[in-house]
Structure formats: C-alpha cells, structure tokens
Design a protein around this ligand. Structure first.
Ligand code: DAH
Length: 336
C-alpha cells in the first residue's frame, strides 16, 4: 500500500464511522479496523515490506489513522481497543487462570545446581542409555556384582543399559576433561524395582564429583555437604558420615542430615533417630582414576550421589513417591 492509498483508506473508514448510527455498527467498525485482526494492525505487521525510507512516514500515518478513527468511534459511544465496553457488567466475576507451578523435583535440581554453582561446580549431562563400561566397569564394579543382574538392571543387549545411577557421568566427565573437574550431574536413573510408596523404577539422582591435582580430603567433602545441607534444608542442619562400601570410592560413607523437622530430637520423619540418610559418598577409588587415564598419584577427589525424590520427600514432607509422578495440581501447587 502506498501512502496515498493509506490516506484514501483512512478517509473511507472515517466516513464509515461518521455514518455509523448504532452501537453494533460502531463495534463492527472497531473490529474491522482496530481490532486484533483489523486492517490497521494488519498494516502495522506489513510495515516490514514498505521500503525502508518510506517507513517512518508510513508509521506516522498509521498512528494518526488509528488515533482519529478511535476518537471518532469513541465519540459515537464505542469503546477504544482495550477499553471496557460501556455496557459491560462490571460486577461479573473476572476470568480465573490457574497458574502453573514448578515441579518439586525440578525445584530440588535447580536449587542444587544453584547451591553448588556458588562453590564453582558446573552442571554436566550424560545419556540415560549407557554402556556397561561407563555404568559399571569403569566404576570398579566387579563382574559378578548383583546390581548388574538382569533382575536389577534394564539391559538392551550385553553392553547397553538404562543407567542405574548418575555415576557414569563421572566417567564421561573425566574422560573428556583434564583435572581439576568440579561438576554435579542431575538426571534420570532406572532400576527394576517394583513401585511402592518409596520405590520407583524410574527416579532421579544428582551426582557430584571434584577432582584436583592438589590434595582433596574427606574433610573437604564433609564441609561441602554441610554447606549444601544448610542451604537446602535450613539453618542448623548437621551432617554425619557412617562408614559404608561403594565400589567406586575408598573410603566410602553414607551421609545423614540431622532431621530438619525435629532438629534432631526424634520424630516420625526421621523415625525417632534424629538423622535422615540422604546420600552415598567417598574418595574416588584409584582404580576409577586409572580407568579414565588419570594418574592416582597425581590427583585425588571426592564423589557423592543422592536421590532427588528423597530430598524432595523429606524437604516437603511427601509421604508417597508416586505422588511426584501423578501431575495432580492439587498436590503440586502445595509446594509452590
Ligand atoms: N551411585 C550410588 C547409588 O546409586 C550413589 C553414590 C554413592 C554415588 C557414592 C557416589 C558415591 O558418587 O561416591 O547408590
């Protein structure tokens, strides 16, 4: 459309407005010219096809057209675009939108990434379909270990499986990077578990790994987990280590947080013990370093892994893991 054609169209629309003699006609003109799919918004959209040098003049002319037409329609008693209709019943209840909320599992993952981000950790990712090497062998899992059993793990052939833990991302990270590495790896994991209130065949874990050429100690691990515990669960939450065994760490520990609900006094959340088991952890085993081509005499590090569902359940007081997968907004919105 040229500027002359625009002016002609404008004159025609103003004449139509002058001739409109009832509310319906005024409203029809509003829809035709200034409504969402009306000609003026249409021409605004088409501005990109107007030659660049003509655009400012064209834009100004469109603005003037809209202003004059709206004024003329308003003078006839019609509402301008966006303005309430004069005859609208303002006492009617408004429209109600149910706003969405972030899923508790996403929240725990985001908060964890944020907390460890402050300590210099970045987020690493790995596939859910893994090799036997990354999920078991490089993590120093002996060939006869029960976790490799067909009854525990979803296998796709002899070498391919749905990862049973996020620990294989440790292997991928070390294979792809020279030390120091400092990552957390959130993601889905799979085990052949029968679903009940505390088990799901598909759940989430967050792995952590720190390896450096300067000495790293169990005390470093404990201080980092203590910082995480307080940021995630609240002030005053303590961390304790209990000796344990994992093939990929030596020494290995199980990590408990003091109960954030009863402050360690004993309640039904912590089963009267004052402590809640949240993670496995330890110092990376030298054999794992050898599998990824790191020299165990040159590097040291710690690793940890915890269940996202477990953290969400204790943090928000969720009694049944299945509620996390039902997408019932009545449940989810309680954690908003
Ligand atoms: N992968 C272990 C599990 O699924 C958790 C774990 C324990 C991860 C100790 C670690 C670790 O990195 O050092 O139970």
């Amino acid at each position: 459309m040229t500027l002359e054609e625009l002016e002609a169209a404008k004159a025609a629309s103003l004449a139509e407005a002058a001739a409109a003699n009832d509310a319906a006609a005024v409203e029809a003109l509003r829809v035709k010219y200034v409504g969402r799919n009306g000609s003026i918004p249409g021409l605004v959209k088409a501005m990109k096809d107007v030659p660049k040098e003509d655009r400012p003049a064209f834009g100004k002319a469109l603005q003037a057209w809209r202003a004059e037409l709206e004024a003329s329609l308003a003078a006839k008693g019609g509402g301008t675009a966006g303005e309430k209709r004069a005859d609208a019943d303002l006492t009617l209840p408004g429209r109600w939108w149910r706003s969405g909320v972030m899923h508790p599992l996403s929240r725990v993952i985001e908060e964890t990434a944020d907390i460890f981000g402050h300590l210099g950790f970045t987020v690493a990712d790995g596939p859910e379909l893994e090799t036997k090497f990354n999920n078991f062998t490089a993590l120093n899992t002996p060939a006869h270990h029960p976790s490799m059993d067909r009854s525990d793990t979803f296998w796709f052939g002899d070498d391919c499986l749905l990862r049973t833990q996020t620990s294989p991302v440790q292997i991928r990270t070390m294979l792809a990077n020279k030390p120091p590495v400092r990552v957390i790896c959130p993601g889905r994991t799979y085990r052949r578990d029968t679903t009940d209130a505390t088990h799901s065949a598909n759940f989430h874990q967050i792995e952590g790994l720190y390896v450096d050429t300067k000495p790293v100690s169990l005390a470093d691990l404990k201080s980092v987990l203590a910082y995480f515990a307080r940021e995630m669960m609240g002030d005053g939450v303590e961390v304790r280590f209990r000796p344990h065994f994992f093939p990929f760490t030596e020494p290995s520990v199980e990590v408990d947080f003091s109960c954030h609900v009863c402050k360690g006094k004993g309640c039904n959340v912590c089963k009267q013990s004052g402590w809640i088991e949240v993670a496995g952890a330890g110092m990376v085993d030298p054999r794992v370093f050898r599998h990824v081509g790191y020299d165990p005499d040159q590097v040291s590090g710690y690793a940890f892994g915890f269940g996202v569902e477990r953290i969400a359940m204790i943090k928000y007081g969720i009694a049944d893991i299945r509620w996390l997968y039902e997408n019932d907004l009545r449940f989810l919105s309680q954690m908003a």
